[in-house]
Design a protein around this ligand. Structure first.
Ligand SMILES: Nc1ncnc2c1ncn2[C@@H]1O[C@H](COP(=O)(O)OP(=O)(O)O)[C@@H](O)[C@H]1O
Ligand SMILES: [Mg+2]
Length: 256
């Protein structure tokens, strides 16, 4: 049996209040290196808020986020991204007016020397600049069978292709960990299975992920372990086959 990998992300007792609403109420979990950790639970459980806190977009009211051996609690998103933890973003209106290739180019980190990619390929970057970026973008496009769409305006893509572009944009930062909030929402089943395959391939190459997903069959196929939230708290953590039979998990889904 393979040894259990060590944690890349440790979330400890995170709380987040919005006025009188306690959206996240003392959440604790770990995400292991080289795994896709599932974050599931009924609507309003606090999953998106917790992902926002982990990514640095939402300040925690209390608690601690440790990523890759460092305390990143309260750091702004760009500083967390620079360390290799990157969240996918829904394409905003202005990105719809850029081509697919342009979208990837503007997503590349500005301070190349400090990014993971820059650390590996720093000399290349300083020498060749844009050409290297275009090459990197085209490699990403090829990998996801999106090369024919290179010059298409992002706004003209299908819902599923837009989700794929969001993932490709995140990959331009050469992340160690991806944070995905419902990456299959609004994606047709055929493309959803393709994206699922791509994510598993990336995982097999060592990319770690935390993924919020409501479709439990997808979670069962790709996520290990699974973290279950309800009413702002983590109520179960473990293999999907195990947590899905626990009474408190069944209750949470019934009560909502
Ligand atoms: N910006 C906000 N202001 C006020 N309440 C919020 C805000 N964001 C989330 N909430 C509340 O926090 C709770 C958790 O929401 P959310 O994190 O979106 O849950 P999930 O992603 O699990 O559906 C909900 O009650 C929601 O209404
Ligand atoms: Mg949500």
């Amino acid at each position: 049996m393979a040894a259990t990998p060590d944690p890349l992300l440790t979330v400890s007792d995170v709380r987040r209040d919005f006025g009188g609403v306690r959206a996240v109420d003392g959440a604790t979990f770990t995400a292991l290196r080289g795994r896709i950790t599932g974050l599931i639970g009924p609507n309003g459980a606090g999953k998106s808020t917790l992902m926002g806190v982990v990514a640095g977009a939402i300040k925690p009211s209390a608690g601690r986020i440790e990523y890759d051996g460092a305390d990143v609690t309260g750091l702004p998103p760009h500083r967390i991204a620079r360390r290799g933890m990157v969240r996918t973003f829904q394409l905003s209106a202005e990105f719809a007016r850029l081509t697919v290739l342009e979208n990837l180019l503007v997503a590349a980190p500005a301070q190349r020397g400090e990014s993971l990619w820059g650390a590996e390929l720093g000399r290349l970057y300083w020498g060749a600049g844009e050409d290297v970026l275009v090459g990197q973008a085209r490699a990403v496009l090829d990998r996801f069978s999106m090369a024919p769409k290179e010059d298409e305006l992002a706004g003209n893509l299908s819902g599923g292709q837009k989700r794929l572009l969001e993932i490709m944009r995140a990959l331009m930062a050469r992340p160690k960990m991806l944070l995905l909030d419902e990456p299959f929402a609004g994606v047709n089943p055929t493309l959803a299975r393709e994206i699922e395959r791509y994510l598993m391939d990336l995982r097999d190459e060592g990319l770690s992920m935390v993924m919020v997903e409501h479709e439990l069959s997808v979670v069962e196929r790709v996520c290990d372990p699974v973290v279950v939230m309800a009413q702002g708290r983590v109520i179960a953590e473990g293999a999907m086959a195990d947590v899905r039979t626990r009474q408190e998990v069944l209750d949470a889904y019934l009560i909502g």
